[in-house]
Design a protein around this ligand. Structure first.
Ligand SMILES: [Zn+2]
Ligand SMILES: [Zn+2]
Length: 151
């Protein structure tokens, strides 16, 4: 199982990323988007994932696996928010959930924790990583990926 810690992940293109992925010399295609519109509903998204139509930034079919931390279907190598401590509630890295002020586990994750994971992946994309999902042709409207706790 590949480590999920961003510290253990390749910090730039080349190096261990190339060693781990024989197709890592693929180059990002400027302006590439998914071949289908962004789904409006979670069920539609699941169908797209399972049917294998979604592509990465180099136009290759995405491979998916269950995230060992949160159990959702993810592209291997993407940063799980649970692999980071939460800057808002102080939940430790690897905890399944964020914490309410009462100390009970929240049903969802704090915005700051999710954004922190997104920023790590955005930086890796900027550094040339191509195994991330290509963006949707148009921005998705609605709350499909809104796993966040209102602050
Ligand atoms: Zn996860
Ligand atoms: Zn939190």
């Amino acid at each position: 199982m590949a480590p999920l810690s961003p510290l253990a992940a390749p910090s730039s293109a080349g190096g261990c990323l190339a060693a781990a992925d024989p197709a890592a010399d693929a180059a990002p295609i400027p302006g590439i988007t998914q071949p289908v519109p962004g789904p409006r509903f979670v069920d539609e998204y699941r169908v797209l994932v399972e049917s294998g139509v979604l592509i990465d930034l180099a136009g290759r079919p995405l491979r998916w696996q269950s995230c060992p931390l949160c159990g959702t279907r993810v592209v291997p190598g993407t940063t799980c928010p649970l692999s980071l401590p939460c800057p808002q509630c102080g939940a430790r890295a690897g905890r399944r959930r964020c914490l309410r002020p009462s100390g009970h586990e929240a049903a969802q994750l704090h915005t700051a924790r999710v954004r922190a994971a997104e920023r790590i992946d955005e930086a890796r994309i900027a550094a040339g990583a191509v195994f991330f999902p290509a963006p949707w042709p148009r921005p998705v409207q609605g709350d499909l990926f809104d796993l966040l706790v209102p602050d």
